[in-house]
Design a protein around this ligand. Structure first.
Ligand code: FEO
Ligand code: CA
Ligand code: CA
Length: 734
């Protein structure tokens, strides 16, 4: 979730594998599927496979689609999922659905158990991993059978328990359940020749990864002093993953899952600053964990069991290295985590090279054999930064087809360089390397870095040191399959101001140029800020992933269609296109469509959150716009920004509106582009424990009210994955 204080949790009871995992299943991959992958990789932007850049760049048109032909969906506050005429949306899997035939159907009344063997809550980022028809091997081009890997970012606790959530101290059984609904699921899905997609209950691939699943620390911070805990005194292991938000599918067929709002799950005592008395206090505060701040769920109050105790990260032990308590536990979260969905016994890898922050998705650069690859990333918090990772290894096309996928991941994601973005007012920018050798980092007075591991674990502090550009909450990023340009959603920022009066605020600048008040439901204008968010895009110098300079513009500004065209609605959005708070962002390799998903609280008086289809141009296709502000002292502040060409009606259309109180997030498709998977996250999440007994007080009853699962029209709402198909069997959005 992306709201500043929204809930996210995990505790899980996973049947965690032993730290020494048997990773043999993947070696069963046949040459057949490998050959398929090889052919695909040779042809650029073949659906379902990574794009491969060529000497000559492609145009923005992919799959022959240069216009969106569907009828746009109107804004709506109905408790439904609406798609255009000629399309059908069906629920594929929802919170609590069993991942094994031994687990009973979800009653959805708070009495259910075995959540470690059910679909988790708050479905978020998601990717499609093609599986062969005989179910034995990876087959990236199969549009009828796959493994769907899905993040379960957080939970609506009150609906997990019969009478809502119990106040602290939290009953252990409630904490166990809340932990177990977090993490990631891998679920086999299948579309019969004459039917629709369904998930497969009896599959050896079905798996839950939770905050309890044993994982490895990899990359430069593996074994670092910062990683030593009572659980792993050598600093190479850790437990689980939490608040998994955006995802990416790597070119070699694994999942990257981003840990976002992990800091909130932990607590530390009011006296912990004094107990520590070292620079770790600076790090903790920079990552939002001030002394005495409460944890989101209070799991640490559920007893002395180690699985609960770890959520209190106060320094309580007497060791000098942290091996007798959980003072360093927070350093084991905040990463891009790599998971091999084809190998259900493999341990997740925390790729520390890609930095520690509030991760969303990771966008891979177009791959060029013989050159490094890049992964682009955003840090979703107000005034945080945009980053990129550049591999030390040069891309070898055969690596897309190897069976030892996590070794390939280690090759490209454990050795390399991390950069942070600086955006200049003239439409150029630089990537600044976060290296212990950088004089501004080596000499940073606010936090003396010990080594490169320290720089990566405290990437925010290193980025502060080099003067990175503070952005309006970077959420997802995605790479255009034709142009190779990288798009970043900047969802909104209530702290973007013309007159800056506190250190938590930032002044409008070229890359984050808007600050304005908005009225909700006819009420008064709210405090100025970037209310509706925007989407920025970057073109690397020479189209090289390892370039250290780039050009950029703002592709699109979110706005109400009736907002001031000179100050707010700078992209001239119409009523069929207007949106607020872009968050999820994903390009179809089959159609080139840019899917934009919203997680909004500003325009929800007019519409539930939504998803739009776009066919963007490229950096520089528009012109500069100048915004003129009057400061409190009466002086004028002008901000000039390169803005992309306003979209035509056939280049941006609303495709879907979600159920009440939901967020749209996560998007992937079959390689043929004929089925699109989308997550409806946290419908009806606004619920008090005291109101759980009265279904009339639920904000949403979806998907029960759409006929899915137990409970019917008055059901408790459930997060779910839907699958969208076109009734004529065509490509989605075409
Ligand atoms: Fe999980 Fe920033 O959204
Ligand atoms: Ca408004
Ligand atoms: Ca998000």
């Amino acid at each position: 979730m992306s709201q500043p204080f929204d809930e996210g949790d995990d505790v899980g009871h996973n049947d965690s594998p032993n730290p020494h995992f048997q990773e043999v299943l993947s070696t069963r991959l046949s040459r057949r599927s490998i050959v398929l992958g090889g052919l695909g990789a040779a042809a650029s932007t073949v659906a379902g496979l990574p794009a491969v850049a060529h000497a000559a760049r492609q145009t923005g048109v992919i799959g022959g689609i240069d216009k969106l032909k569907f009828t746009p969906v109107a804004k709506s506050v109905a408790d439904l999922v609406t798609v255009p005429p000629g399309y059908t949306a069906r629920v594929l899997i929802a919170l609590g659905d069993p991942l094994s035939p031994q687990v009973p159907p979800y009653r959805n009344d708070g009495t259910d158990n075995q959540h470690g063997h059910r679909s988790g809550d708050h479905h978020d980022g998601m990717d499609y991993f093609g599986l062969s028809d005989d179910r034995l091997r990876r087959d990236p081009l199969n549009s009828r059978r796959a493994l769907l890997a899905t993040n379960h970012e957080a939970t609506t606790d009150n609906f997990l328990h019969v009478n809502g959530s119990t106040p602290r101290p939290r009953p252990a059984a409630e904490s166990d359940k809340e932990i177990a609904v977090h993490g990631v699921s891998v679920v086999e899905i299948h579309r019969p020749r004459d039917g629709e997609f369904e998930y497969v209950k009896l599959s050896p691939y079905n798996r839950r990864i939770t905050p309890m699943t044993a994982a490895f620390i990899t990359g430069p911070a593996r074994g670092s002093a910062l990683m030593k805990t009572q659980y792993s005194p050598d600093g190479i292991g850790c437990r689980g993953t939490i608040n998994n938000c955006g995802t990416s599918r790597t070119p070699w067929g694994t999942l990257l899952t981003g840990e976002e709002n992990w800091s909130g799950y932990f607590t530390r005592s009011a006296t912990d600053d004094t107990a520590r008395g070292d620079k770790s206090v600076t790090s903790l505060i920079r990552y939002g964990k001030t002394a005495g701040s409460a944890s989101r769920h209070g799991w640490e109050t559920s007893g002395s069991d180690d699985k609960f105790r770890r959520f209190d990260i106060s320094k309580t032990g007497t060791s000098t290295d942290g091996s007798d308590d959980y003072r360093n536990e927070l350093n084991t979260f905040g990463y891009m985590v790599e998971i091999d969905p084809y190998n259900p016994t493999s341990a997740p890898r925390k790729r520390t090279g890609l930095g520690r922050f509030a991760h969303e998705s990771g966008a891979f650069s177009h791959l060029v054999p013989g050159l490094p690859l890049a992964v682009y990333m955003g840090d979703d918090s107000r005034n945080e930064y945009i980053y990129k990772w550049v591999s030390a290894a040069n891309w070898a096309a055969g690596d897309a087809e190897r069976n030892d996928r996590l070794n390939v991941g280690a090759k490209y994601l454990d050795e390399g360089r991390l950069y942070v973005a600086r955006f200049n007012a003239d439409g150029t920018g630089e990537w600044v390397e976060l290296s212990i050798g950088h004089p501004l980092i080596a000499g940073y007075a606010a936090y003396p870095f010990a080594d490169q591991a320290d720089v990566l674990v405290n990437a925010r502090l290193a980025a502060d040191a080099v003067g990175a550009t503070k952005m309006d909450r970077p959420e997802w990023c995605a790479t255009h399959p034709g142009t190779g340009e990288i798009y970043f959603t900047l969802t909104n920022n209530s702290n973007r101001k013309v007159d800056v009066t506190s250190s938590s605020q930032s002044q409008v600048d070229a890359a984050n140029p808007r600050s304005y008040g908005d009225s909700y439901n006819g009420g008064p204008l709210g405090s100025p800020g970037n209310v509706n968010g925007h989407i920025l895009r970057v073109r690397e110098h020479g189209h090289k992933a390892h370039a250290t300079s780039f050009k950029w513009d703002v592709y699109l500004f979110g706005a109400q269609a009736d907002a001031d065209p000179n100050k707010v609605n700078l992209s001239s959005l119409t009523g069929d296109q207007d949106f607020s708070s872009p968050d999820g962002l994903w390009f179809s390799a089959a159609t080139g469509i840019c899917w934009i998903q919203t997680d909004d609280g500003a325009y929800t008086d007019a519409s539930n959150c939504m998803m739009l289809a776009a066919l963007p141009g490229e950096v520089g296709d528009g012109s500069a716009r100048t915004l003129s502000y009057t400061k409190a002292d009466g002086s004028t502040l002008e901000v000039t920004t390169p803005v992309g060409k306003a979209p035509k009606p056939t280049q941006l259309k609303r495709f879907l509106v979600g159920a009440k109180d939901c967020e749209l997030t996560g998007c992937c498709e079959t390689p043929d582009g004929k089925a699109l998977f989308v997550n409806i996250q946290h419908p009806g999440e606004t619920i008090l424990a005291a109101d759980v007994a009265d279904p009339n007080k639920y904000v949403s009853h979806w998907p029960g009210n759409a006929g899915y699962g137990a409970g019917g029209a008055m059901a408790r709402p459930r997060s779910a994955t839907i699958v969208i198909t076109k009734d004529d069997g065509g490509k989605i959005g075409s």
